[in-house]
Design a protein around this ligand. Structure first.
Ligand SMILES: Nc1ncnc2c1ncn2[C@@H]1O[C@H](COP(=O)(O)OP(=O)(O)OP(=O)(O)O)[C@@H](O)[C@H]1O
Ligand SMILES: [Mg+2]
Length: 525
């Protein structure tokens, strides 16, 4: 559009007013083409006009979108009310009281502003053409600027809207109880949520975003995580697996999911990685299936035991009455009579043994209803240890007792049953250590009222292999020599603790030792 871009250079061409006017027009034109910086444009336009006309003052007024008036003045004429009114009412060019003249700036049928000047003589015919042309160009410029301003406002509003949307999405991602991060094809981290800042391999968002995941997670070149990313990029399929992470504390289980993301097109551009700590969930799941299994066994056992109990009672009664009948025969010196009495003795003993097992099983299938009271875990420990002190198997064992006085009482509990459980655990610990070594008994406050009292029996025995850990609570599961254990201790303990609204946990490392943990509520169910 620009004819002569530099007005300073152009004005050097000729001293003639007409050619200078052309230069001024060309300059305005050039400014319009660039459509930037309304204010300096108008001001320079005015300066040119003043020079061309030899006018004292020239100014421009315009209606701003909000109905206000803005103006640029080259001199004080801009402040003259009469001039402004004249310009705005679209009055014809002419001379007002102080030789102020004005020309409306009109765009289509809209009156957008006015061009005002102070001149000591009327305009010549060419000057009028020039002023009309300038007013036309200014009209263009002003509308342009108005559009630009409206556009700027709109862009600002849209930007704010987008920013709000971005913050909202970020908040959602940060509120998720899972770790989340996103990498692009060059392994650069593009997103890293707040949850990912805690726990395993924690890094702050500020330290992670923009860096390579390889660097941040310090991945070895052959780390499987590399291959997983590559696989998702290549196949576009979701990868999901469980990962056991051994921290200094107990191992945690994470469900890791790698999800392909496409930013338009079909090619995978990013991979989203989610890491959810499902340790508690898997533990709860295992407890539920354990409880279901044992409940089923309990029902079966209860049925069988009921059937066994009656015949046992009959056998015992028959043996007893046979004894009464045989006794007189012994007095008669019959040798078979003594033999029969011996057999009856064996029958009696075996019946007793069976009854003992039956009683144990009945304890397991449905712990007998007993007097319930508020029982202090520390008292349970002290009373059990008092009883065991006199036990021959305990002679070579040191017992380290650490009782937390802050532990609260367990409501609706049976001291006898809890002692029976603790005794069973201590005897097991003894067996696991072959009667020698150190056992520790600890009480402490649990994390919630439903698990408010904790009693731990910690031994330094042989430990329990992982694959056996689920089975030790089953009735008759024993690794002890025939006659040394019935395998009922833990199953009864399990049932009793269950009755108390609690649970038993086991941590064990083969060759190091085991921890049996009784977790009991301190509020009534
Ligand atoms: N502290 C422990 N250390 C190692 N293994 C243990 C421990 N406690 C229990 N076990 C294992 O669990 C099995 C089952 O224990 P449970 O108390 O139910 O039966 P038991 O001790 O064998 O027999 P019972 O208690 O009926 O006399 C044990 O035989 C043993 O293999
Ligand atoms: Mg036992």
């Amino acid at each position: 559009m620009s004819l002569i871009p530099d007005p300073a250079a152009a004005s050097a061409l000729s001293g003639e007013r007409a050619s200078r006017a052309l230069v001024a027009l060309a300059w305005i034109n050039a400014q319009l083409a660039s459509a930037r910086g309304l204010e300096p444009n108008v001001e320079r336009t005015l300066a040119h006009l003043r020079e061309v006309l030899g006018a004292d003052e020239v100014s421009v007024w315009l209606h701003a979108p909000q109905g206000l008036i803005e103006g640029w003045a080259s001199g004080s004429v801009g402040t003259s009310e009469a001039a402004v009114r004249m310009a705005l009412t679209g009055g014809a060019p002419g001379v007002a009281g102080e030789m102020v003249a004005a020309m409306p700036i009109v765009r289509g049928d809209r009156h957008v502003g006015g061009l005002v000047w102070r001149l000591r003589r009327p305009l010549s015919a060419e000057e009028r053409i020039l002023m009309t042309a300038v007013a036309g160009l200014l009209a263009l410029e002003l509308t342009h600027a108005e559009h630009l301003r409206r556009l700027e406002v709109e862009v600002a509003a849209r930007t704010e809207e987008i920013e709000r949307g971005r913050r909202f999405t970020e908040k959602i991602i940060d509120s998720l109880p899972i770790g989340l991060y996103v990498i692009d094809r060059s392994y650069r981290i593009q997103s890293w949520n707040r949850h990912r800042e805690t726990g395993m391999q924690a890094t702050t968002r500020e330290a992670a975003v923009g860096r390579s995941i390889v660097e941040v997670l310090r991945l070895a070149p052959d780390d499987p995580i590399h291959r997983e990313f590559d696989e998702v990029f290549r196949t576009g399929r979701i990868i999901e697996y469980l990962r056991e992470v051994a921290t200094t504390g107990e191992p945690r289980t994470f469900r890791v999911t790698k999800i392909p993301m496409r930013l338009g097109g079909t090619e995978v551009t990013h991979v989203i990685t989610l890491g959810e700590d499902i340790t508690d969930w898997t533990q709860a799941q295992a407890r539920v299936s354990q409880a279901e299994k044992l409940a089923a066994i309990g029902q079966l056992v209860a049925g069988v035991m009921h059937e066994v109990n009656n015949p046992l009672a009959t056998i015992a009664a028959c043996a007893e009455s046979l004894g009464y009948r045989i006794d007189p025969l012994i007095a008669q010196g019959l040798p078979e009579a003594q033999e029969a009495i011996d057999y009856l003795g064996i029958i009696g003993n075996e019946v007793e043994r069976c009854k003992h097992i039956v009683d144990g099983l009945l304890d397991f299938s449905r712990p007998r209803p007993v007097q319930r009271e508020r029982v202090h875990p520390n008292e349970v420990v002290e009373r059990t240890l008092f009883l065991l002190k006199h036990h021959a198997r305990f002679r070579k064992v040191t017992v380290d007792v650490r009782l937390d006085p802050a532990v609260e009482r367990v409501p609706q509990a049976s001291a006898e049953q809890l002692m029976q459980v603790l005794m069973g655990l201590l005897l097991n610990a003894m067996d696991a250590m072959d009667g020698e070594g150190a056992v520790r008994v600890v009480t402490r406050v649990g994390p919630s009222t439903e698990a408010g009292a904790i009693i731990e029996v910690i031994d330094t025995g042989v430990g329990i292999p992982a694959q056996e850990r689920d089975r030790i609570f089953e009735p008759f599961y024993t690794t002890k020599a025939p006659g040394a254990g019935t395998g009922l201790g833990l199953s009864v303990a399990y049932a009793i603790i269950q009755e108390h609204g609690g649970r038993i946990e086991v941590d064990s490392v083969v060759g190091v030792g085991s921890i049996f943990r009784l977790i009991l509520p301190v509020v009534a169910a």
